[in-house]
Ligand binder design. Sequence first.
Ligand code: PLP
Ligand code: LYS
Length: 444
Amino acid sequence: MYLHGTSMINDQGHLQIGGCDTTELVQRYGTPLYVMDEQLIRQRCREYVGAFRESGLKFQVAYASKAFCVMAMCRIVEEEGMSLDVVSDGELYTALQAGFPPSRIHFHGNNKTPYEIGMAIDAGIGCFVVDNLVELHMLSAIASEKRQKVRILFRITPGVEAHTHEYISTGQTDSKFGLDLDNGSAYLAIQAAVKLPFIELLGVHSHIGSQIFEVEGFQMAVDKVIGFAAKVRDELNFVFSVINLGGGFGIRYIEGDTPLPVGNYVKAIAESITANFSRYDYPTPEIWIEPGRSIVGDSGTTLYTVGTYKNIPNVRKYVAVDGGMTDNPRPALYQSRYEAMLANRGSETNEELVSIAGKCCESGDMLIWDVMLPEVHTGDVLAVSCTGAYNYAMASNYNRIRRPAVIFVKDGEADVVVERESFKDITGNDRIPVRLKPTTQVSP
Ligand SMILES: Cc1ncc(COP(=O)(O)O)c(C=O)c1O
Ligand SMILES: N[C@@H](CCCC[NH3+])C(=O)O
């Protein structure tokens, strides 16, 4: 497993993160356990903000909270001077409960409900990223009813789609998100929006994909957006003050993944913006981006306890841990790959090839196919790295398994930021209709 951030092997041969011995964390908090390296999260935030400051552009870095949305994370994002992107009333509620400044919240989503729109207007959020014309008119109606002007960006599909390593410049038309640039929908939406009294249009938003390793896709998107911006200026006499280029910056999960340093993405975007907008003699807009995975992904490590194992001769050895697709559905969903090590035997040599299975009643519940580890025993602590993004966020209670706790570690201190779910959490929302009530009392 690649050791990065504050991760290291300590004198006891144990994996240590944020100055905390992971075997002690396991004794204190149990497993599975999500451990987040707070210093590394902050470092990633500062890399984005610092690179933008250097560029001289006006900017906002909005953390895409879908990657990992809990109140403590919202606090860090605020402290690091960033904005926050939310896509549901639940994410908005989390941010507000954490005391995140509403004016720095951007609300996304392709199907915001009237309830969500009302809640966001009442909270005084900074911006809606409007996905389609139905939403525009719904937002306009609710805003005018509340006599409150709202600021918006339009989500456009720029005709650039990233398939992680390659870009295609057609095909994006068939997307549930956003207004198409090429077929004129985005243009029509802008024509409509500028006439609405309770709508203040700032500009447009484009998001080309996720886990992207190159800058070319972002440059292509800038190219498309500036062409559109110039057309809108020339024909509708409207100038965009904000361009949002979304998220999607990749991280290293396994050997062979080659993300660029954060600064390189920002520099390429900034240069492309400056060059293209001056080519059209267009006032340089404020640039917003929305990184999610690259803020929290490599800060997370999940700790598991090894339970059973079995060797199928000439096939493979399965090693089962006390979590699985319920805390990390990404391998099952996307065939995502991860690296792992034995946290309690970090100095030992890897000598056997095993596959890590979860405990769910599902054959596809595999965390890692083929990983080299020391000879594994029951009770060993398995650490899987780079689980900070889209793991806790996409965790489920399948098989009524309780979601793990999340802790932040920093400078030898560990803080619980999400408690492990209890049995009460599992049955707390269940109701037994009177006709099905047991005749004898069930002890709790
Ligand atoms: C609109 C939008 N913004 C930001 C993100 C965050 O992406 P990532 O976590 O890849 O940075 C996503 C997810 O892909 C998204 O759909
Ligand atoms: N959930 C995805 C990323 C989706 C990004 C949201 N648009 C993942 O785990 O990789």
